[in-house]
Design a protein around this ligand. Sequence first.
Ligand code: AMP
Length: 291
Amino acid sequence: METIRTIAWMKEASRKARGEGRIVGLVPTMGALHEGHLSLVRRAQQECSPVTVSIFVNPTQFGPKEDLAKYPRTWEADLQKLEALGVDSVFAPEPSEIYPGGFRTTVHVEGLSERLEGRSRPGHFRGVSTVVLKLLEIVQPHMAYFGRKDAQQARILQQMAADLNLDSEIIVCPIVREPDGLALSSRNAYLKPEERRAAAVLHRALDAARTEMAAGARDALQVQTVMRRVLDAEPLASTDYAELVDAETLEPVTRISRPCYALLAVFFGGTRLLDNMLITPQESGELRFDL
Ligand code: AMP
């Protein structure tokens, strides 16, 4: 496994692979790798060779009061995990390589970036879209793999790829969860033991919404109320949002008649966790739930 630090070297490696007719895959991460990240790597390896994993804690997607400095960094353990999977290369540039002095250009996906996460974290998606566009330009993957865990992010990146006629396909993969349903996240490491136990409420809220809809509920407010009730019953949880939104526009829905997401953002102490469920109406009139 190669560790690549410079843009020039990364571009050259990808150019060579493409020249040999190989299918290049990219898994962008911020490190602190867990099974969620590794599931993306395995999927990429089924479809691509070579597979590059980028590890870059992108400063521009963190707000001034956010956790950039204390974001978990587990470099040696990350390399071991990727080596064990047989990843071809790790692209781990320094921030100055990605953002040299005088850097001025950013990407903003209008209309999808301001709501939900964007409202709570202004500028976050501008940082994400910009760094992902740069990574796609540098690695030139045929396919780039992202988790549905960050559903709004994945939707924004798909829109960016379509709008800018990018050659890379954005592939969205399922959420990997702990046995109690908590979605794996690098930020779970911040939780105190009692907060970690409480955090299972995210999955319980989605599960309660699923039960309500499986019993016939199609009114978004009714389903949101059910999620709120479950979240409000957990004293250590403080809900930022619990919404049902259209899967394409990310606008709030009133009735569940098209694919939509139930999206949750909830604080446990200073730690903000996300979760979601994709709800897809079937021809039979029943709903399919991807949790
Ligand atoms: P991050 O390192 O947090 O930027 O995440 C890198 C990628 O891993 C993103 O595409 C995330 O959506 C994805 N990811 C994070 N957690 C999970 C999870 N529990 N299941 C699946 N994918 C995940």
